[in-house]
Design a protein around this ligand. Structure first.
Ligand SMILES: NC(=O)c1ccc[n+]([C@@H]2O[C@H](COP(=O)([O-])OP(=O)(O)OC[C@H]3O[C@@H](n4cnc5c(N)ncnc54)[C@H](OP(=O)(O)O)[C@@H]3O)[C@@H](O)[C@H]2O)c1
Length: 238
C-alpha cells in the first residue's frame, strides 16, 4: 500500500525525523530528508538506505522559505512528486522568560512556527496533486505550559493552531493534515546525548510507526490531533 509512495521529512538527519525515515523506508516508501547542512543530510541518508533510487539528501534551513521551495522542487524532480510531508525540524531553548534572550526566542519562532508555514506553503500544490498528507511534529508543549518553556511553548502552541486551521482549509482538496503532540522522545533534542537513560521515553521509530498507521487509514478518516506519551514516565508526567 505504501510501496513507492514519496515522503519528505524536514530535519531528518537525526532524532525523530531520522527514526521516521527509517520506518517509512521499511514500509517501502521513497524518502527525502533535509537538514541545515548538506554533508550531515548525506551522511544520515547513507546510514538509512544505500539505494539512491529510494533515498535523497537535501540541504534546507526551514527558517528560509526559499530553501523549502527549492527542497520541494528537488523532491519533485528526483521522485516525481510527494505524497507525505513531515514537518519535523525543530529546536528547544529553555530559560525563565526574564532570562530568555531575544535571539533564542526568534530562533524558536523562526524554526518551530515559521518553518512549519514555509514547509506547508512550499508543498501544498504538490499535495493537492497527490491528495497527500501533511504531518507536523508539534509537542505536548503545544498544549501544556511549563516553567522555562515560554518561548518553546509559544512556538508550539502557534504551530498547533496553524496546522489545525490549515487542516480545515485543506481537507476540501483531500489533503489530510495531522498534528502530533509527543511527550518525551529519545533524541538529540536540547543537546541531549541519547543513552540508556532515555529508554523509558518514546523512541523515534514509535513516531514513525504511528505515522504509518495514520497514513494507512481509510481516506474517509482524518486523525487531526494526537497526543502521545511515554506509558511509564520516569521524570515527570508529560
Ligand atoms: N525529543 C523530544 O522529547 C520531543 C518531544 C516533542 C516534540 N519534539 C519535536 O520533535 C522535532 C524533532 O526534534 P528531535 O527531538 O528529533 O530533536 P533532534 O534530535 O535535535 O533533531 C532535530 C532535527 O531538526 C533539524 N533542524 C533543526 N533546525 C533546523 C532548521 N532550521 N532547518 C532544518 N532542519 C533543522 C536538525 O537537523 P540539522 O541539525 O542537521 O540541521 C535535526 O535533524 C522538533 O520539532 C521537536 O520540537 C521533540
Amino acid at each position: 500500500m505504501l510501496k513507492n509512495k514519496i515522503a519528505y521529512i524536514t530535519g531528518g538527519t537525526k532524532g525523530i525525523g531520522f527514526g521516521i525515515a527509517r520506518v517509512l523506508l521499511e514500509a517501502g516508501m521513497k524518502v527525502a530528508i533535509s537538514g541545515r547542512k548538506l554533508e550531515n543530510a548525506e551522511v544520515s541518508a547513507k546510514q538509512l538506505c544505500q539505494d539512491t533510487s529510494r533515498m535523497l539528501a537535501l540541504q534546507s534551513d526551514v527558517r528560509n522559505f526559499e530553501d523549502e521551495v527549492r527542497a520541494l522542487q528537488q523532491v519533485k524532480d528526483y521522485f516525481g512528486g510527494v505524497d507525505l510531508v513531515v514537518s519535523n525540524a525543530g529546536i528547544g531553548r529553555f530559560a525563565s522568560v526574564d532570562e530568555l534572550s531575544p535571539e533564542a526566542w526568534h530562533e524558536m519562532i523562526d524554526t518551530n512556527l515559521n518553518g512549519v508555514f514555509h514547509t506547508l506553503k512550499a508543498s501544498v500544490e504538490l499535495l493537492k496533486k497527490s491528495k497527500g498528507y501533511f504531518i507536523s511534529i508539534a509537542s505536548l508543549a503545544g498544549s501544556h505550559v511549563f516553567a522555562q518553556g515560554a518561548g518553546y511553548n509559544a512556538s508550539k502552541f502557534g504551530a498547533v493552531g496553524f496546522t489545525q486551521a490549515a487542516m480545515l482549509d485543506l481537507r476540501k482538496y483531500h489533503i489530510k493534515v495531522s498534528t502530533l503532540l509527543p511527550g518525551s522522545v529519545k533524541s538529540h533534542f536540547n543537546e541531549n546525548i541519547p543513552s540508556q537513560d532515555d529508554d523509558w521515553k518514546i523512541q523515534p521509530e514509535d513516531i514513525g510507526s504511528l505515522i504509518v498507521d495514520i497514513i494507512k487509514m481509510d481516506p474517509r478518516v482524518l486523525p487531526s490531533k494526537i497526543e502521545i506519551r511515554p506509558t511509564l514516565p520516569k521524570l515527570y508526567d508529560n
